[in-house]
Design a binder for this molecule. Structure first.
Ligand code: ADP
Ligand code: ASP
Ligand code: MG
Length: 418
């Protein structure tokens, strides 16, 4: 069996969905499990709904209507008239949302988030599945929450592999074209959970692992994995082959084209991951598999924007040692800061972090009791894998460098945004 993942960009409008159909037509769709994300920027739009709901904002209804309008437009463009039963199916999803907004009693933000944000994937797969049927392509819509079981760490749930493996082995019919949602799972009480933003790639890997799939293909708006994000770097070149190890490094440092959790399950079973263009589906793209580390061997550039550089120094000139450092890390963990770079000297300690959950003010208050805290927000973290003098110079050019760190293969610099 093959697992295909289509992300938000590939299904952002009716033409995108028609193109997914055409991709399957060209590359084949027997024995395929399709994992699909929410359409376009729906997850962001639902995050606005969630915020409005939590803040009891007067904008709540308007934000729901926006999501509805967007999906309705896609439906109108895809189906000849509104007789297709997909209209009722999508209306039902919105009715469920309204009912949740009216009846929910839970004050748990992360719980509320997952119950609402998940509707993006439920809608996209419902629409794609109906559209394929409409075009005569029979398929089986699967509710991923009946397969991927997780703990109840809402917004960043961990997979219960044993249970998930059993569900998938029992419930996924191999000969079908199966369509399911990325990003979602469910906890032991069957409440919806999510695997972390951009988690649909990971969903594809979970299914591939449990199905012993032949391969996973993630279909993108780029020709494959490039040596840099083309949004920020000119003249990025296509990488034909990357080893699992190198791909894990690239994803870990922030090459957002592959979600970092995706690679470990695939590597364990040596299932190849192909990253291909949904615009030119017959081109080879990138293969992540056992084999050459990086082909062609070249410097790779990764940038993480909007990072926070926190520097701590002791109040009394005492050293910052193991004991303080472990305490600092416990706090970083508690406040869900994602640490991307560490540097320390005798009396100071700097970390470059992603404050994904907006917890810095609270953390700073606690740290300030023990340390002098200085920080720069909105900094960029550049990572160059396989750097050389030329590539390192090019990145640092015209930038104010706050931190520089070099190891054998990797150079990282933190810069102030211009
Ligand atoms: P999806 O629709 O599957 O969620 P994403 O938008 O998350 O797709 O990922 C594709 C985008 O990843 C590309 O448009 C590109 O801007 C970005 N990207 C970041 N780093 C790289 C890289 N090294 N190679 C290719 N694309 C990259
Ligand atoms: N829809 C989710 C997100 O935007 C998951 C994904 O696209 O991978 O984060
Ligand atoms: Mg994405």
């Amino acid at each position: 069996m093959k697992v295909f993942k289509f992300g938000g960009a590939s299904v952002k409008d009716a033409d995108g969905i028609k193109n997914v159909y055409s991709v399957l037509d060209q590359v084949g769709h027997d024995d395929v499990l399709l994992v699909i994300s929410a359409m376009g920027k729906t997850t962001n739009a639902l995050e606005v709904v969630i915020k409005n709901y939590i803040d009891k904002s007067a904008e709540l209804q308007a934000s729901v209507q926006e999501v509805k309008k967007y999906h309705n437009q896609i439906l109108m463009d895809l189906f000849e008239d509104d007789k297709n039963e997909v209209f009722a199916a999508v209306n039902k999803i919105f009715a469920d949302l309204e009912s949740f907004l009216k009846n929910n009693k839970s004050p748990n933000y992360n719980f509320v988030y997952d119950q609402i944000v998940s509707l993006g994937e439920i809608m996209s797969t419902t629409i794609v599945s109906h559209y394929f049927n409409f075009r005569g392509l029979k398929n089986q819509w699967l509710d991923v929450r009946e397969f991927i079981k997780t703990d109840n760490n809402y917004r960043d749930a961990s997979v219960d592999w044993d249970q998930t493996q059993k569900n998938i082995a029992k419930g996924v019919k191999k000969k079908n074209l199966n369509i399911t949602q990325g990003f979602l799972g469910s906890d032991e009480n069957n409440f919806t959970t999510t695997l972390g933003r951009e988690g649909s790639d990971y969903t594809a890997a979970i299914f591939a692992y449990c199905l012993n799939a032949e391969s996973v293909t993630i279909w993108k708006d780029v020709p494959g994995v490039l040596n840099a994000d083309p949004r920020y770097f000119e003249n990025a070149i296509l990488l034909n082959q990357i080893s699992y190890r190198e791909a894990i490094e690239l994803a870990f440092y922030g090459a957002t084209v592959i979600h970092p959790k995706t690679l470990q399950p695939l590597q364990k079973k040596e299932i190849p991951l192909y990253v291909k263009s949904f615009i030119n589906p017959l081109l080879p793209g990138t293969s992540v598999s056992k084999g050459a580390d990086l082909e062609p061997h070249t410097s790779c550039f990764i940038v993480k924007k909007n990072q926070l550089l926190i520097s701590l120094s002791s109040l009394d000139f005492s050293f910052i040692m193991e004991e303080n450092i472990s305490e600092i890390f416990l706090l970083l963990h508690k406040y869900k800061m994602k640490v991307h770079l560490i540097q320390n000297s005798a009396i100071s300690f700097s970390v470059c972090v992603d404050d994904k959950f907006g917890n810095f003010t609270e953390l700073k208050n606690i740290l300030s009791k023990k340390f002098q805290v200085t920080y720069n927000d909105n900094v960029s973290l550049y990572t160059i894998r396989h750097f050389n003098e030329k590539s390192a110079g090019a990145v640092a050019q015209n930038k104010e460098v706050l931190v520089r760190q070099i190891s054998r293969e990797t150079m990282q610099i933190v810069t102030k945004e211009a």
